[in-house]
Ligand binder design. Structure first.
Ligand SMILES: Cc1cc2nc3c(=O)[nH]c(=O)nc-3n(C[C@H](O)[C@H](O)[C@H](O)COP(=O)(O)OP(=O)(O)OC[C@H]3O[C@@H](n4cnc5c(N)ncnc54)[C@H](O)[C@@H]3O)c2cc1C
Length: 454
């Protein structure tokens, strides 16, 4: 990009514009997944919606590729582009809780830990994910599964309104009464329709929870899975569980089940007793804790700078045969940092929302399979990717054709169709209306008709 063009952008921005070689450029383009090493021609460090509007107008005029960085945790690395303009929202940290209305309005550079900290100051919370360094905006726009989803729905189910800078450089409100189609689309359609500069959420009373994790010897995986599958069938909305094959910090390979009961502590303790009595654990780390504590529980397992490759899909059903095949991969990953095979239980409020109420469609499923491979050295990349693929292909007969977009590395139309499922065609119509030239395409992309024929 020519220097005169960069200067022109700088003159229209309150935030800085960084170019290769400048202080801060490398830090701003680096994201947690070390597999991604892209170099935008310029990085616009936005300070508010006006900067975002300036970026969109500028990139349109110069026909630049654009990427949008919220928290930068997309495994596929969609926050960063090669060449082009990276619209960096990570400095946009404004957040205000309204305790009377029980709402929060947050700018889209806010991370989950920051979000939880502000809402918990008032004893309030809403569903977000389970690792505090992840971005609130990317997570929410893709769906947003977490410890409260059984009781209060996914993150998107709690969104009341959004401010969206669309491809024509306008700032549009999107909510139940204004631009309702856009409001539908951003709740699951990720960044396909514009740059979301702020999100407003409904909040709920959330006090201390009963939760943590049980770690069993890896050899007990089959027994644990059979028990866990039956145990959650009758579990209340307040209980959210996830678990699988992982290594403890001392390197010991275990099969863990993490739980969060968001209700009276004594009831959670009673409910989880059978899980604790299931077998002799390597460690029992269940107990009462603050919501902030349980939201930070996974953080040490996901430091930035590791190589990450993931595959994910929902189970058609967690059958005996599926368990039989799954346990063959427990404790077999080439890397001790990997979480795979790993399962999330999807239950309660999130699964009662009709499939077409939001763009996010995966509402009628109980178990999500995650193969979350992580390793340190680039020389280990090939064997880790190969293992992940082999595990996925072996599990494929048991999987539904529908992936949670927030968890997958792979791209392309087939993945987008899996991610958006039965809502795909409606999303294409919306894309035709709001982004007919596919200006926003660094995402699980919904191709508008014009881009398709081109
Ligand atoms: C360690 C780890 C733990 C995770 N845990 C969970 C979990 O518990 N639950 C869960 O549901 N997911 C979880 N995820 C997945 C997570 O939801 C996605 O990776 C999500 O994309 C991260 O959002 P981000 O803002 O950090 O990422 P980014 O890479 O910044 O953004 C992801 C995508 O969204 C787009 N985007 C981001 N912000 C905006 C915006 N404001 N406007 C328009 N487009 C935007 C980006 O362009 C990109 O395409 C986890 C991921 C990691 C790496």
């Amino acid at each position: 990009m020519e220097i005169s063009a960069i200067e022109r952008l700088r003159n229209t921005m309150r935030g800085a514009v960084l170019c290769p070689g400048q202080d801060g450029y490398d830090a701003a383009r680096t994201i947690p997944n070390a597999m991604i090493d892209r170099r935008p021609a310029a990085i616009a460090r936005c300070t508010g919606a006006a900067d975002v509007i300036a970026c969109v107008r500028f990139a349109r005029e110069l026909d630049l590729l654009v990427s949008v960085r919220g928290g930068g945790h997309s495994i596929a690395g969609k926050a960063v582009c090669d060449g082009g303009l990276m619209i960096d929202l990570s400095l946009m940290k404004g957040i205000r809780v309204d305790p009377r209305r029980r709402t929060v309005r947050a700018e889209t550079g806010v991370k989950l830990g920051e979000f939880d900290r502000e809402t918990q100051a008032f004893g309030l919370a809403t569903t977000q994910g389970v690792v505090p360094t992840v971005g609130m905006s990317g997570l929410t726009l893709g769906g947003g599964w977490g410890h409260l989803h059984g009781k209060y729905g996914l993150a998107i189910d709690n969104v009341i309104s959004a401010d969206v800078v669309t491809a024509d450089g306008r700032l549009l409100p999107a909510n139940d009464s204004e631009n309702q189609d856009l409001f539908w689309g951003i709740r699951g359609g990720s960044g396909n329709f514009g740059v979301v500069t702020a999100l407003e959420f409904r909040l709920h009373d959330v006090g201390p929870v009963f939760g943590g994790a049980m770690f069993y010897p890896a050899a007990k995986a089959k027994e644990v899975l059979h028990f866990w599958r039956g145990f959650v069938e009758a579990s209340p909305d307040e209980l959210v569980t996830q678990g699988g094959s992982l290594s403890l910090p001392d390197g010991q390979r275990v099969f863990g089940v993490a739980a969060c009961y968001c209700g009276p502590i004594a009831e959670g303790e009673k409910l989880l007793k059978p899980l604790r009595a299931l077998a002799t654990p390597v460690a029992d780390m269940l107990g009462p804790m603050s919501y902030i504590q349980i939201q930070s529980m996974f953080e040490p397992f996901f430091p930035p700078g590791r190589h990450v490759y993931t595959k994910s899909n929902f189970f058609r059903s967690l059958s005996d045969e599926a368990i039989e095949v799954l346990v063959q991969f427990v404790a077999r990953s080439p890397s001790p940092h990997t979480f795979a095979p790993f399962l999330e239980h999807w239950n309660g409020a999130a699964t009662r929302v009709p499939v077409t109420d939001t763009a996010f469609p995966h509402r009628q499923v109980s178990w999500n399979l995650l193969l979350w491979s992580m390793w340190e050295s680039p020389s280990d990349t090939e064997k880790n990717i190969q293992w992940t693929r082999e595990c996925y292909e072996t599990m494929r007969p048991f999987l539904a054709g529908g992936a949670y977009g927030n968890y997958v590395t792979d791209e392309g139309e087939a993945i987008a169709r899996e991610a958006y499922g039965p809502n795909y065609d409606r999303l294409v119509s919306l894309k035709n209306k709001y982004d007919p030239t596919n200006f926003f395409r660094m995402n699980h992309n919904i191709k508008p008709l014009a881009a398709r024929s081109a």
